[in-house]
Design a protein around this ligand. Sequence first.
Ligand SMILES: [Zn+2]
Length: 287
Amino acid sequence: MRLNPFDTNKINVGTTGGRSGGMGGGGKLGCGGIVVVLIGALVFGADPAQMIGSMQGSPSGSSQTVSSSEDEQAICTSNAYAQESCNALTSLNQTWQARFDEAGLGDQFRDPRLEFATAQQFNTGCGTGSVGMGPFYCPADETMYIDVQFYDQLAQMSGNGGDFARLYVVAHEYAHHIQTVTGISGQIRSAQQQNPRQANQLSVMMELHADCYAGVWAGRNRNLIEPGDLEEGMQAAAAIGDDNLTGGRVSAENFTHGTSQQRMAALRLGMETGDDDRCDSEILQMR
Ligand SMILES: [Zn+2]
């Protein structure tokens, strides 16, 4: 996508503190597929509810530091991936604010924070995070956590280094924020509590809905889409389907994110229609 440059007045970014080992510093996937699967299983989805459940204590937010716009400028220009994520965040904020405005709900919109994971371990509103978790969104502090080194792994998994694969990741985590603001994620979580046997199925629904919303962002910025973007998104969606990640060793009822086919279809629906109502009516089937 040909994204416009980021605007620090329109985004809220920071880092988790600590120093990263640098791009590619020691993190190359030398051990092959197993590591990829372990990382990939958490892709897009250390489920915040599970995170909260598995971690005791230290629920306080991570970022005591308030970033100034100079800090934000420095963070967003620290490497090409960060810059791209900041560009995407600026566009996502504008697109979703406009969508809320359109629906007459403009005053309910609030933008998420984006923190680049630069420490091996860090505190979040959902417990301790670590870079190996892959990108995730924590509803308690309304923050997206992204380790940009993950993007190199994604390129390997999806077989392409295209920008849209990475933008899909950002837009998917952002979609979890929209689900939080609109209350959709809360509704799904209570349905999971009332119906533990359907918890995984409901989790799949929430993830596919986020994939669809990720597509909606792209679909509402059609003029910025470049040839190959849809295909890059499709390859990424296929690579991170539960069936692909588990190599068919896990049965469907244990999936938590959806099959490759399901994820591709959800992303495509959003991209082609640019209509979040279609995501709601076709993917959310609350009982
Ligand atoms: Zn997700």
